[in-house]
Design a protein around this ligand. Structure first.
Ligand code: GLN
Length: 501
């Protein structure tokens, strides 16, 4: 097997056994990154830095250091700030930005010994579902390069699916880990809100933003999540819980489960609203196929209901822009971000400072970001706050309560990740609402702050990947990973790879 086909856990083993060195793997992957530049997955490749870290990892290994992630290459979504690399958030606004510090997630993965190959493409400020809102270039789906890889963590998904790296970081505000994972046939998990620190993650909608790993299996996600997560005093919403070993939770036997039935006793809830008539038939079939496998492993399927699923779209698209409009006010050309060169208009009635703000923000932000700033400002303004923002907050609470009612009847909720397979680049035209509607199955868990994951469930039309979504109760990442791992041990969907890669 070529080094690029190895998963994180396989690579970890090969490094421990010394059948491969980190420098060898890193060099090999850097060549692949170079050869597949056309995918648009990368915004910054750090050849020298990666080789230096790999060499250091090999030296540590030779001194008896056997940490599982030592020398394992990965890359970060360009929404995490990094000291050694530029950070753009996919925006022209931050074209020349260098952070003076590393995000906690980046810092923790580096401390675990991983080697960073650089920064991955994403939608501008993580706003989007197809990576087409990146101010630099769209990323492409390795299964069909005329299609989107999903978004906003599209570069992460494309790079992992194309075997350019075994794993990447992503962030998920309304589905940006799960949906690109689904579109590219990889595995990704968004943990419970608060499990991974948001410190150094460029803020989009702070009450929703959450980091997580994207890799080729649940096992790999578990390894990475153990290293990335944990309490961080620098994030006021970080969950104060002891560090967790997600790999151990993933492997844990269910009480009394008979051999061959690792999921015996597990109740999987299927919300009827996740299987509407409008769900594409190929997606429906693939998801049903995966559910049948879960049944064979001992799980029982139960009908549940999340009656406010449709409302999650307007609720999210009020709350997220509201928070974004506030978070993005810091990009004013003074504190942060691009500053326009020529902004003085002698005819203008505005002060020079105001003209500078306006021109800088007009030049620095793309159209989707501007749209959201306007929506957000509107719903927070006097007279509209009660009508929109407050109503959305009330509904958000009800959506979270609906989940708790479901978890009385089941342990895990399952359904599709997205209503269709990956669409064509430019396929949704300039219609933002068409993009928003495609988020219907990922938004509910985001609004509730629940953990959700996407794992491959076979192929739909045109051989394109379809993802199965699993949603767990708060801090039940272990149950999700255990369920996904059991399925991946019994099936090969997660091993399918795009031809030509
Ligand atoms: N597609 C959603 C949006 O555009 C989700 C993005 C995300 O999770 N970062 O807001």
């Amino acid at each position: 097997m070529s080094p690029h086909d190895l998963s994180v856990s396989e690579l970890s083993l090969a490094l421990q056994e010394r059948s491969l060195s980190s420098v060898e793997v890193t060099r090999h992957l850097l060549q692949r990154v170079e050869a597949h530049q056309g995918l648009g997955a990368w915004l910054h490749v750090d050849t020298e830095g990666a080789l230096r870290q790999a060499q250091q990892a090999d030296e540590q290994r030779s001194q008896g250091d056997n940490r599982p992630l030592l020398g394992v290459p990965l890359a970060h979504k360009d929404i995490f700030v990094t000291r050694d690399h530029p950070t753009t958030a996919g925006s022209k606004m931050l074209a020349d930005y260098r952070s003076p510090f590393d995000a906690t997630v980046v810092e923790r993965l580096a401390a675990a010994g991983t080697v960073s190959l650089g920064k991955l493409n994403c939608d501008e400020f993580a706003m989007g579902s197809g990576n087409e809102n990146s101010a630099y270039a769209p990323a492409r789906n390795p299964w069909d390069t005329t299609r989107v890889p999903g978004g906003s963590s599209g570069g992460s998904a494309a790079a992992v699916a194309a075997r350019l790296i075994p794993a990447a970081t992503g962030t998920d505000t309304g589905g940006s880990i799960r949906q690109p994972a689904s579109f590219t046939g990889i595995t990704g998990i968004k943990p419970t809100y608060g499990v991974c620190s948001r410190y150094g993650m460029i803020a989009f909608a702070s009450s929703l933003d959450q980091a997580g790993p994207m890799a080729r299996s649940a096992e790999d996600c578990a390894l990475l999540l153990s290293a990335m997560s944990g309490f961080d005093a620098r994030d006021a919403t970080s969950a104060e819980r002891p560090p967790q070993d997600f790999a151990a939770a993933m492997r844990a036997q269910r009480c009394g489960a008979p051999a061959g039935k690792p999921l015996a006793g597990l109740r999987i809830g299927l919300p009827q609203e996740f299987f509407p008539c409008a769900l594409a038939n190929d997606v429906h079939q693939a998801v049903r196929g995966a559910l049948a496998e879960l049944e064979k492993l001992g799980a029982t399927l139960v009908q549940v209901s999340l009656p406010r699923t449709e409302l999650s779209i307007p609720v999210y698209y009020i709350i997220a822009p509201a928070e974004a409009s506030s978070n993005l006010s810091r990009f004013d050309g003074v504190r942060f971000g691009h500053r326009a060169k020529d902004f003085l208009d002698p005819q203008s009635a505005l002060s020079p400072l105001e003209q500078m703000y306006r021109r800088s923000r007009a030049e620095g932000f793309g159209s989707e970001v501007k749209r959201r700033i306007m929506i957000g400002t509107y719903v927070l303004s006097h007279g509209y706050y009660d009508a929109y923002y407050l109503q959305a907050q009330k509904l958000r609470r009800m959506i979270a309560d609906d989940f708790q009612a479901c978890f009385q009847q089941c342990d895990v909720i399952a359904g599709p990740v997205a209503p269709t397979v990956a669409w064509a680049l430019g396929g949704k035209g300039d219609d933002p609402v068409a993009n928003y509607l495609a988020d219907i199955f990922t938004l509910p868990a985001s609004l509730a702050g629940l953990p959700g994951m996407s794992l491959p469930a076979g192929q739909g039309a045109g051989g394109l990947p379809v993802g199965l979504q699993l949603i767990g109760n708060y801090f039940c990442e272990g149950t999700l990973l255990h369920t996904a791992h059991a399925l991946q041990q019994a099936t090969d969907w997660h091993r399918l790879k795009p031809s030509g890669f």
